[in-house]
Design a protein around this ligand. Structure first.
Ligand code: FES
Length: 347
């Protein structure tokens, strides 16, 4: 049986067919709700069910807080209605010329950025432009049905090329290939298949000052967003906090430092959690979201864009909203979920 979903405050409606999730039905209807992983591991699709009944699946109880669950919040990529429902969720407005497509791509170059981070440059088909919002991601589609998501680390496809930042996860089937391990190491000229652009992580039109928060390769989509700002001559005040365990994890810190000269309202704050004496680190230490908490007693007038490991993103969302007065609607996130994260949620 199909059910109707009404979305507040947008005042839009769509129909969910049997077996569909609310998010899938929204996207199929042409309405974009916030999403990232689509498999119940990141919480980007968090929304509130105001009325009606639904099957939430097991994921929300694992990653949402008890008080949010009690207030009707759930994961819209997992929720299947069992009656007509009314939900509260942000409608994401995207340029109409952005079309999600599947296409073959050729590996153009593999460039090490750090011992465990590879820049992968993909050559896209030249017949059609690949348009995306800086901050969005693509998915590799593998023959066995698995998919792997990576954000574009560039603001646009120049010469039909995009760059991704791939961190090596030892034992991870795809990243082992990227780092030359296994039976089928990835090399220039190899052909892969992708779908994209995907996701709702991009800069919203607004004039509030921005806090960018990145851990590890969560830097990639934020780099894309900031380079988009550079391209437009955007003068919004923005601070980038980028955290890693060791200084080497901030693999393009010099590039980020250089943005200040071109963006008058920009600052870069590198944060390292586990520096060793031989690193000679004299900068900020600790957890990256805690550095923001220390520097900003009040975030009520800010927008935050956070990307990185799910625990960092969730800690930031919770602490910024509950302890620093950030509007929940002003927190935009993309959580990088690994195969291990997915396995844990689906177990
Ligand atoms: Fe639903 Fe990630 S998009 S949990």
């Amino acid at each position: 049986m199909s059910f109707k979903v009404s979305v507040q405050p947008a005042g839009r409606e769509f129909t969910v067919e049997p077996g569909q999730t609310i998010l899938d039905a929204a996207l199929a209807s042409g309405m974009i709700l916030p999403y990232s992983c689509r498999n119940g591991t990141c919480s980007t699709c968090r929304g509130r069910v105001v009325s009606g009944s639904y099957d939430a699946g097991p994921a929300p109880a694992r990653i949402l807080e008890a008080d949010d669950l009690a207030r009707g919040y759930t994961l819209l990529c997992q929720a299947r209605p069992t009656s007509d429902v009314v939900i509260e969720a942000e409608e994401v407005r995207m340029s109409g010329d952005i079309v999600v497509r599947k296409m073959p791509v050729r590996v153009q170059a593999l460039t090490p950025l750090a011992a465990d981070v590879m820049e992968v440059t993909l050559q896209l088909p030249s017949a059609e432009a690949f348009r995306f919002q800086p901050g969005q991601y693509l998915e590799f589609l593998f023959k066995d049905g698995r998919r792997r998501s990576y954000s574009m680390a560039c603001a646009q496809a120049v010469d039909h090329r995009v760059q991704l930042h791939v961190r090596h996860m030892p034992g991870g089937a795809f990243t082992d290939r990227v780092f030359g391990r296994g039976d089928e190491p990835l090399k220039a000229r190899d052909i892969l298949r992708i779908e994209g652009p995907l996701g709702s992580f991009f800069l919203r039109a607004d004039d509030r000052p921005i806090i960018f928060l990145a851990s590890g390769t969560g830097f990639a989509p934020i780099k894309a967003i900031i380079e988009g700002m550079l391209g437009r001559g955007d003068r919004r005040a923005a601070v980038l906090y980028w955290g890693g365990r060791r200084p080497a994890d901030l693999y393009q810190a010099e590039l980020a430092s250089g943005w200040r000269a071109r963006l008058p309202g920009f600052r870069f704050v590198p944060v390292v959690s586990d520096a060793l004496p031989e690193d000679g680190w004299a900068g900020r230490t600790g957890w990256v979201h805690q550095a923001v908490m220390t520097d900003f007693p009040d975030l009520s007038g800010h927008q935050v864009y956070a990307c990185g490991a799910p625990p960092m993103v969730e800690a930031a969302r919770h602490d910024f909203v509950h302890q620093r007065g950030l509007s929940p609607q002003a927190f935009h996130a993309d959580a990088f979920t690994s195969e291990a994260d997915r396995a844990e949620v689906q177990a």
